[in-house]
Write a protein that binds this ligand. Structure first.
Ligand code: TRP
Length: 380
């Protein structure tokens, strides 16, 4: 049986289309029936990665999984295993999107894995009342530049757009559809009778790339999907039907959300003031952080110096956990903020400088990416 999305007593909800409230990630592990990445698994990843462990693993940002061990078995035996992730275009790429992608690049580099990158350009058109297919088409290219800018290996990465590559996918999507009842889709995605039928079918399209490694290799081939935990619901369905239609169950490795600037929830591309876009200028980044980043500081300087700030709720500090790779630097910032030595405004400026240095590189890579799109595309 597939588990229901969120239990009635929770004070938060996590669905692929909205995240509300203060997410309790331990509770999500139970609700979604996924596994925690424990120390033994971390050690194993580190060993296979040649002694290095990504900060997102060290810091519990990628914190849960399903069947990751099976993919590591394949890596260990030098058998081919694929990565798969995706992005539904509906607006600009923001920093929260880059988090799983940067981690995916690390996996690709360390484990020498091919990557399939799905662009479901129909998804948000079906799910959002106010997004037209023409607008999604425009965002598709804009988003692909950001994806390429992350630095994936063009020899090992294939990007494909659903409405275009559908010829190769439709057959498998129908196999998934045949095994999926409307009541399962309703329970999993919270759909009702007044939702359009495209919403019911869409999840079948998101399942397909998990099977493409097997289709492409002509034999059962493991697939690992790095993504934020809100996407897990799709792959629960995928795993449920996979073996019945002749494919192995895909593995997932799941991350938490980069918090929204104003406390609570994940960054949503529809609330421009709570996110930083990958294309924002240094000036805009500074203004957004200074104005909107929820502060864990005290009401005035005297109190802050005396009692210190709270890094656990401070969004600038939380963001540094995603963007400052150096553990020693991060610890010093944490301790100085907690003791009151570092003021909120100063902490925010550390973040602004860090992000602007990061975005300068990203934006330069993005410009270059415009010329190399065709190296990455899997066309029909
Ligand atoms: N549904 C995702 C989004 O809203 C896009 C997506 C498609 C995806 N396939 C994926 C995300 C696989 C993660 C992994 O952007």
């Amino acid at each position: 049986m597939i588990k229901q999305l969120s239990l009635p007593e929770s004070s938060f909800t996590v669905t692929p289309w909205s995240v509300k409230g203060d997410v309790d990630y331990d509770k999500l592990i139970t609700q979604f029936g996924v596994k925690k990445i424990d120390d033994a698994l971390l050690k194993r990843i580190k060993k296979l990665a040649g002694g290095e462990i990504h900060p997102y693993l060290r810091r519990g940002i990628f914190f849960s999984h399903m069947y990751l061990d099976k993919v590591l078995d394949a890596v260990e035996k030098k058998e081919k295993a694929y990565l798969y992730t995706g992005r539904a275009p509906s607006g600009p790429v923001h920093l929260g999107h880059l988090v799983p992608w940067m981690f995916t690049k690390w996996l690709q580099d360390k484990f020498n894995m091919p990557l399939l990158f799905q662009i479901p350009d129909e998804e948000k058109v079906l799910f959002k009342d106010n997004l037209t297919a023409q607008e999604a088409e425009r965002w598709t290219m804009e988003n692909i530049y950001d994806i390429i800018a992350v630095g994936f290996d063009p020899k090992k990465t294939k990007i494909f757009i659903d409405t275009e590559y559908a010829g190769h996918m439709y057959k498998h999507a129908c196999s998934v559809a045949k095994k999926t009842t409307a009541s399962t889709a309703k329970a999993l995605f919270g759909l009702t009778d007044s939702d359009n039928v495209g919403k019911y079918f869409y999840t079948c399209m998101q399942s397909v790339p998990a099977f493409l490694p097997t289709v492409m290799e002509g034999k059962k081939t493991p697939c690992l999907i790095p993504c934020a935990i809100d996407q897990d619901v799709h792959f629960r369905l995928t795993r449920d039907v996979a073996e019945g239609i002749g494919f192995p169950k895909p593995a997932t490795i799941l991350c938490r959300f980069l918090p929204a600037l104003a406390a609570g929830g994940k960054m949503s591309a529809s609330e421009m003031d709570t996110l930083v876009a990958a294309t924002d200028s240094p000036d805009v980044v500074r203004k957004k952080i200074m104005k909107y980043a929820f502060s864990g500081g005290r009401d005035n300087m005297e109190e802050h110096r005396k009692y210190g700030g709270n890094p656990d709720i401070d969004v600038a500090y939380q963001w540094l956990m995603f963007f400052e790779e150096d553990d020693a630097k991060l610890k010093k910032i944490h301790d100085d903020y907690k003791s009151g030595k570092l003021l909120s405004g100063e902490l925010k400026m550390i973040l602004v400088d860090k992000l602007n240095a990061f975005l300068k590189k990203h934006q330069a890579a993005r410009e270059k990416a415009k010329k190399s799109v065709e190296k990455f595309m899997l066309r029909d």
